[in-house]
Write a protein that binds this ligand. Structure first.
Ligand code: FAD
Length: 502
């Protein structure tokens, strides 16, 4: 049996995009590096993701001929973020192109532009977006141990659908980073649940992990990068910190992110912030009580318990989720649509599940009239009928006087250019929606080098954080596709650079 060393230069807690980016760069810099992952699979929510990375100003955007630049990204963030930490924002902007260049110097890491509009009509926005994604990769191009370790895509992990021979999006990101890490000599230790840290001579010098019910201590000579997601999977912590939604409705893979490393660091004196925040989205209710990330609505309307619309259904998902969270009668909501798509949901849900099973579970209804549908879902019939009639008038007029659906490029992008479509082809359907999230985004307070800070602003030696384990650089705003992964990878990179210098 191979003996696992109990000391590394760098220990990375978690194995999402930020974790693996940092781990790869550390290993490439010649530092002995271990990735500690609590589950049997590598990738976390990052593996479920679309893999879009908001890394502005890089050569990938230049190759695509986009109007992107570090300056326009600065303008965009500047117009959206409320009281940002300018040190972190500037560090992010400067590091993004360098990181992409460093990635692309490795044959395992190849990126391309992905058209995906940014989430706000604000100065500095780039038409059709500036996010980049890893190029798809075939399973047989991967080292065998990598293919084995990467978490399956969400539709397979959650709904048992067949796997893919080609890895795309977040799976491609994780597979590519893991390949590069393993080739650079890195060590992956699955089944290691990090629950605490130990200190020596005033700095954090290692982690305590639960492995097979026992406890192991692993030392880190240069530093520990906490990139273990948020605490979205822990109902009690969500409750304590007032995170809207529910641990059952989150998109984090089962058994992953429960926040132990965040709160263990807090017990050492680390400051935390934004603990009531998440990356939100509408979630299609599932028979097992879960919620599936939904976006790209191209028909239908969302109504609350009073039978009324409350927002533009085509809003970027975090913005819609925040509208949902703003009033109790919006959770659950009901998505009302017609038979234009053969009864299929005119939206993307990951995974959608089996519509007939949803009908049997009482979370989807079908009726010949809107009034009957209203009775099924328990909302006032007159109100729902009036709401549908009013929306159909908007569709006929080509303008949504209530919520301006269709006026932004994002709305039209997913709706195939037709964001206002009447609901007039029976039978009619209603699908139950809850407030889901892609993860919490509050956590450890960090500086422009990814160092974890105490309340007095001093750095805790040896301890770094990135991704959803850290308080997000973008506060309560989700500016554009790929910001979660982009910021996670950039601050992981900066953290490792700081460790390498130490
Ligand atoms: P994760 O990727 O969840 O990784 C955390 C890992 O740490 C997990 O594997 C977990 O098991 C492990 N871990 C947790 N606790 C411990 C512990 N105590 N010890 C050891 N290991 C531990 N974002 C984008 O930027 N672009 C997109 O295109 C995009 N699309 C998305 C699509 C979907 C369907 C979903 C669900 C999300 C999407 N997101 C996207 C959001 C993004 O995936 C997450 O916000 C991001 O991946 C979080 O990264 P992370 O590293 O913080 O956490």
């Amino acid at each position: 049996m191979q003996h696992t060393p109990d000391s590394f230069d760098v220990v990375v807690v978690g194995s999402g995009g930020g974790a693996l980016a940092g781990a790869y760069l550390a290993a490439k810099a010649g530092l002995s590096t271990a990735v500690l992952e609590r589950t049997a699979r590598v990738g976390g929510t990052s593996a479920y993701s679309g893999g879009a990375c908001w890394l502005p100003g890089s050569e990938v955007q230049q190759r695509a001929g986009l109007a992107d630049s570090t300056d326009s990204a600065r303008t965009y963030l500047g117009s959206l973020l409320d009281a940002p930490d300018s040190g972190r924002v500037e560090a992010f902007l400067a590091e993004s192109p360098r990181l992409v260049k460093a990635f692309e110097a490795d044959p395992a890491l190849e990126f391309e532009w992905i058209p995906f509009p940014e989430y706000f009509d604000a100065p500095g926005r780039v038409g059709l977006g500036r996010s980049i994604q890893p190029v798809d990769i075939r399973r047989d191009e991967l080292p065998a141990e990598v293919a084995e370790l990467v978490r399956p895509p969400v539709e397979r992990d959650r709904a048992g659908r067949p796997g893919r021979s080609k890895l795309s999006g977040g799976q491609a990101l994780i597979a590519r980073l893991l390949t590069a890490f393993v080739r650079a000599g890195g060590t992956v230790l699955t089944g290691h649940n990090v629950v605490g840290f130990h200190q020596e001579r005033g700095r954090v010098a290692g982690v305590d992990a639960v492995v097979d019910g026992g406890s192991v201590r692993i030392a880190a000579e240069r530093g520990i990068l906490v990139a273990a997601g948020g605490f979205e999977g822990d109902a009690q912590l969500r409750d304590e910190h007032g995170v809207p939604g529910d641990a059952r409705w989150t998109m984090a893979p089962a058994g992953t992110n429960r926040g132990e490393p965040i709160f263990a660091a807090a017990r050492l004196g680390a400051a935390t912030d934004l603990l009531d925040q998440g990356w939100f989205c509408p979630g299609l209710a599932q028979p097992d009580g879960g919620g599936s990330f939904a976006l790209g609505f191209r028909g239908g309307i969302m109504v609350d318990a009073t039978g009324r619309r409350y927002a533009n259904e085509c809003l970027p998902y975090d913005r819609f989720g925040r509208a949902m969270a703003a009033a109790a009668e919006r959770i659950p909501s009901w998505f009302v649509f017609d038979s234009r798509e053969g009864g299929g949901l005119p939206a993307i849900a990951m995974p959608e599940g089996d519509p007939e099973e949803h009908v049997r579970a009482g979370i989807r209804f079908r009726a010949d009239t809107i009034a009957e549908l209203a009775a099924d879902i328990g909302v006032p019939a007159q109100a729902l009928t009036g709401t549908v009639e009013r929306f159909n008038e908007f569709a006929a007029a080509g303008a949504d006087a209530d919520f301006h659906r269709g006026e932004d490029e994002y709305d039209a992008f997913f709706a195939g250019g037709e964001p206002l479509v009447a609901i007039d082809q029976p039978p009619y359907y209603a699908a139950k929606f809850v407030l889901s999230d892609l993860g919490t985004k509050g956590g450890l307070v960090t500086d422009s080098r990814g160092r974890v800070l105490r309340g007095d602003g001093s750095a805790i030696g040896g301890l770094y954080a990135a991704g959803n384990s850290s308080a997000s650089m973008t506060g309560a705003v989700y500016p554009a596709p790929g910001v979660p992964l982009g910021t996670a990878m950039v601050f992981a990179s900066l953290a490792v650079a700081d460790m390498a210098e130490s």
